[in-house]
Design a protein around this ligand. Structure first.
Ligand SMILES: O=C(O)CCC(=O)C(=O)O
Ligand SMILES: [Fe+2]
Length: 319
């Protein structure tokens, strides 16, 4: 495999069927937990087999909610904004060099009211119950997975005592993206290579692949999740909070062919200062990052200065 990449590979695959978010530690939890720890400390990404998000709901989410949303006029989609100075919070499109990419995002997408408010903004005065049910239903299922994975990671690092407090001050961004089919065999960039600037990211695809992950050896590999799988990856925020115990992989979206790629994603975002807990800092693991506000880190990532650095977290707050 060469650096030009996009070769297929198998990511670690973790089977979450029957794992109950409401009953941590029971059933297959321990076995799944070990696989999650292995994946996040090595590749930083895995495929989660998660039939709790049913194939019917997935299909309907893309067909009846996500696709109609992207068919709206761009002026309408641009109403999806949460004000200035909040990169990644709302509509993204018309980005230089990313002709095929557009996305919309709901802040606090796990809660019904923000989903309703978003739908009302897109289709004022229209019936939008079915859109809301689909989006909220899918977000809720994906949110359960996010909570389980995050809890397992904290358990694996021996800091599960922080989980509840962390969850209380974590919010979720639900983003829907479209990568228009380029109608060519030539691959085009749907989204440039980056590390995520949040805790955990979970991606649900519509069956059209395009997510390429950079392995620790520097090779780009195409992720081909099964139709019942979601892609879970670690972001730089969790890497910082764990004092560098987990890996935040670079990834990019490359699209080709005649099918449009749609994704629905959930990002967990902190509302607290990012500082590794004392338990994760010792002689063998000296503090790697200064305590910081994640919003400041995000602003750095999108700044001119940030653009000059590959490892933006280290450049921003590395010790
Ligand atoms: O749409 C996707 O497949 C993932 C996009 C992504 O990596 C991101 O929005 O951070
Ligand atoms: Fe990403």
């Amino acid at each position: 495999m060469g650096g030009g990449g996009g070769e297929e590979t198998k990511l670690p695959r973790v089977d979450f069927s029957g794992v109950d978010p409401a009953a941590p530690g029971t059933g297959r939890w321990a076995e799944v937990h070990a696989e999650v720890m292995d994946a996040v400390t090595t590749a930083g990404v895995f495929e989660a087999h998660y039939p709790q998000l049913t194939p019917e709901l997935r299909a309907s989410l893309f067909r009846d909610a996500v696709q109609p949303l992207f068919s709206l006029p761009v002026e309408t989609k641009r109403r999806n904004t949460y004000g200035p100075g909040k990169p990644f919070h709302g509509y993204m499109g018309g980005l230089s060099g990313l002709d095929s990419y557009e996305s919309l995002a709901i802040v606090d997408g796990l809660k019904p009211a923000p989903v309703h408010a978003f739908a009302e903004l897109m289709w004022p005065g229209a019936a939008n119950d079915s859109f809301c049910e689909l989006v909220h239903g899918a977000a809720k299922q994906i949110g359960d997975l996010e909570g389980m994975v995050r809890r397992m990671i904290l358990e694996g690092l021996g800091v599960e005592n922080h989980h509840e407090k962390m969850s209380e001050s974590t919010w979720h961004l639900f983003r829907m993206a479209e990568y228009k089919a380029p109608n060519s065999e030539e691959k085009v960039t749907g989204y440039i290579a980056h590390q995520d600037t949040n805790m955990l990211s979970i991606v649900c695809e519509n069956g059209v692949n395009g997510n390429e992950m950079r392995t620790r050896d520097g090779e780009w590999v195409l992720v081909k999740p099964s139709p019942t799988s979601l892609i879970v990856n670690v972001g730089n925020t969790l890497r910082a909070w764990t004092n560098d115990r987990v890996h935040a992989p670079f990834h990019r979206i490359m699209v080709s062919g005649n099918a449009t790629r749609y994704t629905a994603m959930l990002f967990s975002v902190p509302n607290f200062m990012i500082q590794a807990p004392d338990e994760l800092v010792d002689e063998n693991h000296p503090a790697r990052f200064k305590p910081h506000d994640n919003d400041d880190f995000i602003r750095f990532c999108v700044s001119e200065e940030g653009a000059r650095h590959e490892d933006k977290l280290k450049a921003f707050c590395g010790i």
